[in-house]
Each structure stands twice: as C-alpha cells, then as structure tokens.
Design a binder for this molecule. Structure first.
Ligand SMILES: O=C(O)CCC(=O)C(=O)O
Ligand SMILES: [Fe+2]
Length: 241
C-alpha cells in the first residue's frame, strides 16, 4: 500500500524549517533502514524489567502515552537511576547509537552554527556550542496509541541547556510548539511524520509543547509497526554521574 502522503510529497517536498528560534523540523531525516533498527531496539527496550510503563501523575491522573526511559528514569517530576514509580529495576543504559544520533541530529538541525570549527576562545558564543559536543545521556521513549495525546508541558527536569532531539516513528501526529511563558497561544503546529527529526534548543529549549493528536492510518510503509506512534527524545541530563 502506498503512503497516503507520497504523491503530495513529490509535488510539494517537505523542507527543513526553523519554526521558532532554535526549533527546527527536518523532515525525513531518518533513513528507512535506521527507522527499522530503532523500532526493533525500542521493542527490546520496552521489555521488563524497567520496561514500558504507564506514568501516573501526582494529581491522580495518568499519561495516555506509555513510556520507557534509558540512561536515567524520568518520573513526575525528576530523574532517578531506578524505576522509582514502577518495578524498581535499574534503568537500562543509554546506548552509544543514540548518543551518536543526537550529535548528528543537532548538526543537521543547526548546520554550521553547531560545527566544532566554531569553537575556540575567539569564537563568538553560540547557543548551540555546548550541545554539539556534550554527551547526550537520556532517552525518553513514548508510545502513543491512536487515542493518546500529550498535554502542553516544558522539558525542565534536566540541568543542562543542550537541545532536546526528537525522532518520530509510525503514525503521523500534530505536534504543537508553544511559547516559553504559558501553555496557551501563540503556538505553531507542525505535522511530524515517521522518520522526521525535530530539535528544540536555544531560545526554544524551555518552550511549552505537546501532541494534541495522532493521525490513525498514516503509518510508515517502511515499518511493520501496527497502529500508533513512537517518539524518542534524546537529552543531556546535566546531572552528576
Ligand atoms: O511525542 C512527542 O513528539 C513529544 C514528546 C515529549 O514532549 C516528551 O517526551 O517530553
Ligand atoms: Fe516534552
């Protein structure tokens, strides 16, 4: 079956776009082979112990996207080395593959500004310098079924200002990038599809963002994945070892 967007993509190729300062969408960044490798890896990471879980929020609710973490375990609202709000197992290690991908992603998103050649005592400070050669050490992997959503929030439990790198697999979604002040307008809506990269750093690092909708039946013909969407965010914790 052909992808519902294939024809439109040929007529109107989706372009890399900076949708807010420091927030860059790079369509189709992941090659199909790498998408398949990541999907297979996510399936392994999702297994217990320290596997895919439902996140309960302090107010008594629960997140509709299910989550598995690598490197550090995220819970509302902090990081731990074990699944403190689940089976108590040690979090799985953060794999070097994801560290490499994160660094390449930052370069792909910001281009020359993030090149190491811009470094050195005389180089003007760039919002992205720290990101480029910083060790990414956390992955949060969210699985959305077609009903799942994620409310507007900020990624503010890290202690570093390196950009957040987001990779999407499976069904497309509506991704909403807001402002740094509050959950409301102004915001910009972007459709994220399987294989897309989205990076938010610099002035957008603490912008509110969320996923109001997953589009059923838009899945990736390169993946045998079934309905739903996977999102992998890669982060620098800035936490002591
Ligand atoms: O699924 C997405 O695209 C965003 C995920 C997200 O905001 C998060 O994990 O903090
Ligand atoms: Fe987030």
């Amino acid at each position: 079956m052909s992808h519902p967007h294939d024809q439109a993509d040929q007529l109107f190729p989706r372009e890399r776009a900076e949708i807010a300062p420091g927030a860059v969408h790079v369509p189709d960044w992941l090659a199909p082979e790498l998408r398949r490798e990541l999907l297979a890896a996510c399936r392994e990471w999702a297994r217990p112990p320290a596997g895919l879980r439902t996140v309960r929020t302090p107010g008594g609710g629960q997140m509709t996207a299910r989550q598995v973490c690598l490197g550090r375990h995220w819970y509302p609202y902090g990081y731990a080395r074990t699944v403190v709000d689940g089976d108590g197992a040690p979090v799985k290690p953060f794999p070097e593959l994801l560290g490499r991908l994160a660094r390449e992603a930052v370069r792909a998103a910001y281009g020359a500004e993030a090149q190491p050649v811009a470094y050195g005592a005389d180089a003007p400070p760039s919002a992205y310098d720290t990101a480029y050669d910083t060790a990414y050490d956390i992955a949060l992997i969210n699985f959305y079924d077609t009903e799942a959503r994620m409310g507007m929030h900020r990624d503010s439990d890290e202690r570093a200002d390196a950009p957040v790198v987001s990779l999407s697999l499976g069904d497309s979604c509506l991704f909403r990038l807001g402002n740094t002040e509050h959950r409301g307008r102004p915001y910009t809506d972007v459709e994220l599809r399987s294989g897309d990269l989205f990076v938010f750093g610099g002035p957008s690092r603490l912008a509110y963002h969320g996923v109001p909708k997953v589009y059923p039946g838009t899945g990736d013909p390169a993946l045998a994945m079934g309905p739903g969407r996977l999102n992998i965010t890669l982060r620098v914790s800035g936490l002591p070892d």
